[in-house]
Design a protein around this ligand. Sequence first.
Ligand code: HEC
Ligand SMILES: [Cu+2]
Length: 354
Amino acid sequence: MRGWMGKFRSLLLFGALTLILTGCGIENVSALKPKGYGSELLFDLMMISIAIMIFVFVIVMAIYAFVLFRFREKKGQEDVIPKQTEGNKALEVIWTVIPIILLLVLAIPTVQATFDLADQSSQDDEGTLTIDVTGNQYWWQFTYADQEISTSQELYIPTNERVYLNMKSSDVIHSFWVPAISGKMDTNPGENTNTMYLEAYEEGVYEGFCAELCGPSHSLMYFKVIAVSPDQYDQWVEDMKNVDPEAEPETASAQEGQELFNNNCMSCHAIGGGSAGVGPNLANFGNRSKIAGILEPTKENLKDWIVHPDEIKPGNQMPAELVTEEEADKIADYLLELQHSDVGQDVPVIEASE
Ligand code: HEC
Ligand SMILES: [Cu+2]
């Protein structure tokens, strides 16, 4: 009985470990495959710490094994106590100096990286891009003040360029984290603006998360960073500047949807333009890879969201049942037609769950 249970337990343990470990090192998602300046710096620090840890572990274990073997109890010498050493100067110096050296090896690059990651000195240089990031329960807003563009859930940036972020929260503390590109930074309510920068090396769609428990739907607060070539990025800016919220939709159903949307939803939402309201700016919504950061962009899902956002993201700020199912159907037709820019559509999306 005992043996069977034991086997079952280890199977369970290894099963769980496999599950956990398959989450490691996924392209564009994980800090273990750095694709940006910040994440590379952090990855190198991790490697230094691990190397030092292994070094210490191996030496301590070797001494431990040696002592265990050398001073083991021998037949006929049960009462023999080996020679006791106290206050050996050479030994004391060695085991004080070695850790100091190890700590210095760890501390110097860590302090260097800390200052490097906080360096905003070139933020005001000509041509640098600064984006305002606002954390909200439970979505992210990205405002390109100079370009008069405001987006939600998807942050477009050019590759190989330092993009500066000014970060705030509209409600509680959130934390902005794109592990494959950079470290994380809190967004705080009030006047306190935090800053950081992103620099992505390769084109790609990088998964981002909220890393600070902020309410019941905290774990659903995903976003994406879409890094495209500088030319493509300029194209995107052009496209987004030209968004016309009054443009007439193609199908009759979408036209009705537009009117319903303008009457019921515009108090919180905007389509295009530099500012947004209480809710996300829905420009280019039809090209999003996710609805509300989490749902696949199908019409069914969109209808579900419009009628019952509360069931999908508990505690979020969008009221439920503002419109009927039929009205939601038409609004969904309208929103899915909002395709203002195809930049980034050909960049592969790699997801944590794949
Ligand atoms: C009281 C303000 C408010 C009103 C009115 C409102 N919304 Fe929202 N809406 C929000 C907020 C806040 C969110 C973000 C929810 C979240 O993700 O936590 C949101 C999210 C959305 C999203 C997902 C956006 C994204 O970034 O993927 C869609 C689509 C949407 N709303 C459609 C509608 C439609 C259609 C209506 C009208 C029937 C409507 N909303 C009315 C506040 C509002
Ligand atoms: Cu959160």
